[in-house]
Design a protein around this ligand. Structure first.
Ligand SMILES: [Zn+2]
Length: 287
């Protein structure tokens, strides 16, 4: 558990997918990224699906919901999804003695499938799709919701209405208009690039700072190297400028950075050492 002032932050693992390295590393030559993230014989690399459980003031908050439980075997195989015993968001919550009914708030950084498919599940009686967290309010940026419902040839492969439309229809999902203090000290801040409506989640409490980096920088190396962008980013040069802003913020605040997809480093601090700036990995534990 990571403590940031009043916030208790737990890193939960929804599983690990295996994706073509050309996804996370886009135009970066394999000779460069391969040193840190060696691809397997199928040119695939692991990508973790980290979600957060945040506890503060008696509230249980889930940030991003991973790939969820609606995938059939073919869908799981396409993602190369591997879940070890106890992994999967709902299982991971159970380890913290939490039932889905006890979650008060769900925050989606954005609506790409690997971040929000766990928002909904098949109804137990087989009648349609319902909220995974029946008593929670869900929030996402209004711009992201617009893009998710107005897809084009480039974006339609990752936006699936089953993951969010039922929550709009039943009034559980609230749309945010830009930067928002969602709870005292917990902010959704728009960090465009990967998607125009992507929000990163900033924590500030008791003089301490943390950031759930999300897909602003999927792997730690994306945070360190401004020019390394994923092929998934729809506005790569805007990603670059967003990362520049958050690099400066991380140096200034000494924040703990929480990475969502990196298979090796889950949390880190960004520091200046002489004339170099680099990430220093912190402990890798989900407990
Ligand atoms: Zn992602």
């Amino acid at each position: 558990m990571l403590r940031v002032g009043d916030f208790e932050i737990y890193l939960l693992n929804d599983g690990t997918v295996h994706v073509d390295a050309g996804g996370p590393f886009g135009l970066v030559p394999r000779a460069l990224y391969g040193r840190t993230y060696p691809p397997d014989e199928n040119n695939q690399i692991p990508m973790r699906l980290t979600c957060l459980l945040v506890r503060v003031g008696g509230k249980n908050i889930v940030i991003d919901t991973g790939l969820g439980e609606k995938l059939n075997e073919k869908g799981k195989a396409q993602w190369g999804l591997v879940r070890e015993l106890g992994e999967g968001l709902v299982n991971a919550l159970a380890r913290h003695h939490l039932h889905p009914e006890e979650v008060h708030l769900v925050i989606n950084t954005h609506l790409h499938a690997d971040h929000c498919a766990g928002n909904t599940v098949f109804a137990p009686n087989g009648a349609g799709i319902v909220a995974t967290f029946p008593n929670a309010e869900y929030v996402v940026q209004r711009r992201e919701y617009y893009d998710a419902t107005h897809t084009n040839e480039r974006t339609r492969g990752t936006y699936f209405e089953v993951n969010f439309a039922p929550l709009i229809e039943n009034g559980q999902m609230r749309l945010l208009d830009g930067d928002t203090e969602i709870l005292p000290g917990l902010f959704g801040i728009v960090a465009p690039g990967h998607a125009p409506g992507l929000q990163v989640i900033r924590f500030e409490s008791g003089g301490e700072h943390a950031l759930f980096v999300g897909d602003l920088a999927a792997y730690t190396v994306h945070f360190e190297r401004l020019s390394w962008m994923t092929a998934y980013d729809v506005e790569p040069l805007i990603t670059l400028e967003s990362k520049r802003v958050w690099q400066a913020w991380a140096l200034r605040t000494g924040a703990t950075l929480i990475f969502q997809h990196d298979p090796f480093t889950y949390t880190a601090k960004y520091v200046e050492q002489g004339d170099k700036r680099r990430l220093i990995p912190l402990s890798n534990t989900y407990d």
